[in-house]
Design a protein around this ligand. Structure first.
Ligand SMILES: [Zn+2]
Length: 256
């Protein structure tokens, strides 16, 4: 193939064309969807600033209660919504008070909580959303269950997921997480995370082939953890390695 190609086009041109093909194919096949949960929180401002500087899209799944209670919560929400790069999504009103089994035991209350958060966040259907504490997908063409809960628990909760989806939500889980400690500090170094991402694109399985939804939390990007520097470094390193960054609104083929 190479010899024929060289004979036809000359080796320099052929090399350039092959390289261009390779880059094009790999970017299309390796797309990362950045998602940030639990904002607005300390750290949200740094996230918005880096997204803007690096010109990459992201979904920010926000908690209604945080908009109402943290300093500048309303301003941070408004700033995020004003950015075309950012999709503000619904991550419930009160994050299940971090008591997930109790929260999902009451289906009507789950749906009501998500709808209440829509009001606080000013979102109208279709709303892109992530359930608190659950890695569940419910999209027109993608459905996946949370593997971290057992079957008995799933049987108690699956109707919640279905009815939330029916109420006008597209629910997104995640494929991989930049983990944080209890105080919010990122666990993996940027280089470690990049190598984990490389490995997963080679050997991992995602909800959608070639598309990784990366979960992070706003609180990881506070100044005390050099949040802005770390996030910017991550995005720049992923760009250098040829990854594309996707807009969550175009994640699934039939999304609007
Ligand atoms: Zn959360």
């Amino acid at each position: 193939m190479n010899r024929l190609w060289n004979a036809l086009f000359g080796s320099a041109l052929a090399g350039a064309m092959l390289a261009a093909c390779a880059v094009g194919a790999s970017a299309a096949d390796r797309t990362i969807f950045l998602t940030f949960d639990d904002g607005p929180l300390p750290g949200t401002k740094n996230v918005l600033s880096v997204l803007s500087q690096e010109n990459v899209p992201a979904a920010m799944f926000m908690v209604g209660l945080h908009v109402e209670t943290i300093p500048n919560g309303q301003d941070l929400l408004a700033e995020a919504k004003s950015m075309s790069l950012v999709t503000v999504g619904n991550h419930s009103y009160n994050h299940a008070n971090n008591r997930y089994r109790r929260f999902y035991a009451n289906t009507k209350a789950v749906v009501a909580d998500m709808l209440h958060a829509n009001q606080v966040l000013g979102l109208t259907p279709i709303v892109h959303a992530r359930l608190p504490g659950r890695d569940v997908f419910r999209l027109p063409t993608v459905s996946r269950e949370d593997l971290s809960i057992n079957v008995a628990q799933w049987e108690r909760e699956w109707l919640d997921y279905e009815l939330v989806a029916e109420a006008g939500f597209y629910l997104y889980g995640w494929d991989f997480e930049w983990v944080h400690s209890d105080d919010g500090k990122p666990v993996q170094s940027v280089d470690r995370l990049v190598s984990e991402i490389d490995h997963l694109f080679q050997y991992g399985r995602f909800a959608q082939p070639g598309k990784m939804i990366l979960l992070m939390h706003d609180e990881m990007f506070q100044d005390q953890f050099d949040g802005q520097g770390k996030l910017q470094s991550l995005i720049q390193k992923l760009k250098q390695r040829g990854y594309a960054f996707g807009d969550i609104r175009s994640y699934a083929p039939s999304n609007p």
